[in-house]
Design a protein around this ligand. Sequence first.
Ligand code: HEM
Length: 306
Amino acid sequence: ADPPSPDAIVDAFEAVLGPITNYRPSHPKGTCAVGHFTATPDGTRLTVSPVFSGQRIPTLIRFGVGGANPNASDVARSTRSLSIRFDTPSGDVWEMANISAPIFGAPTPQALVDGLLARRPDPATGQPNAERVAAFVAANPATTLQGRWLAANLPPASWATTPYWGVNTFMFRGQDGQVRPARWVFEPRAGVQRLTEEQVRTIGTNFLADEMRRRVATAPVEFDMVLQFPGQGDDLLNPTIAWPDDRPRTVVGRLAVTEVSAGPGGPCDPVSFLILDQAPGITMSDDPTLQARASAYAVSLSRRTR
Ligand code: HEM
């Protein structure tokens, strides 16, 4: 069957959440920041993209909290996010949206849409129909894997202390002309720190933004961008399955967050963090979940800014 159209995907979000008004249907809670990215020599070798020239590239950065609620709790067992727009001197723009889990919650766009529609509120009760949800989950077990990962890992203690995975596979053209599939992760230079069970109960639901402002006031918050390359038999096209940890990894650049907006909103609001026209040298793999993203993000952006 054909994959769902970008409009059908965004319609499915609206069927569950109600009409999109002025905020994102996914990760609407967030804080905007700026910084810069500098490739390592390995990064310059592994991709011809101008983002990886080795020059300092200005970035627009958005930290977010997963789910669909602009007042989501910072201690929720959902993902946190790191979205980046790289503005190269040549005018090429690269955008990405990363999450604090190594896997996504749907193996295909159709499973995402079906999962949303299964959770549509029942007109009689205003609540999702529990039987319909259970039947969907039973038929689509891969959609439970991300939730299980999140249940097994306490939430990050800071936006600065979690890895953020790109999840989908992309194709990187190197200086040698070879095209290599890879996934990436941004590793926190501050180390990985999670809340304790006690902190989950006591820290409150809205601490992440101020904590980040305090950190960045002292020193830039930094992440190493790491490419991971697949081994024999690794699935390039299914974002609900992570590749084993022992696969080859190369540090390709460093991101520094240097300034955080005073409040919510700001210059990140009119950005979807996955434009259709990505920087040259890096292309999308055939992962259908990735292929579905850019146009759906554009439709969502146009609905929330109309
Ligand atoms: C079929 C696959 C997917 C669909 C249809 C989808 C859809 C969407 C939509 C419609 C938005 C809101 C865009 C806007 O209004 O600006 C969004 C945001 C987002 N998505 Fe996805 N998504 C998909 C897969 C993923 C995956 C695999 C990841 C993990 C890397 C991801 C991470 C995010 C993040 C972090 C945001 C918020 C970006 C920001 O900071 O503004 N999505 N997604």
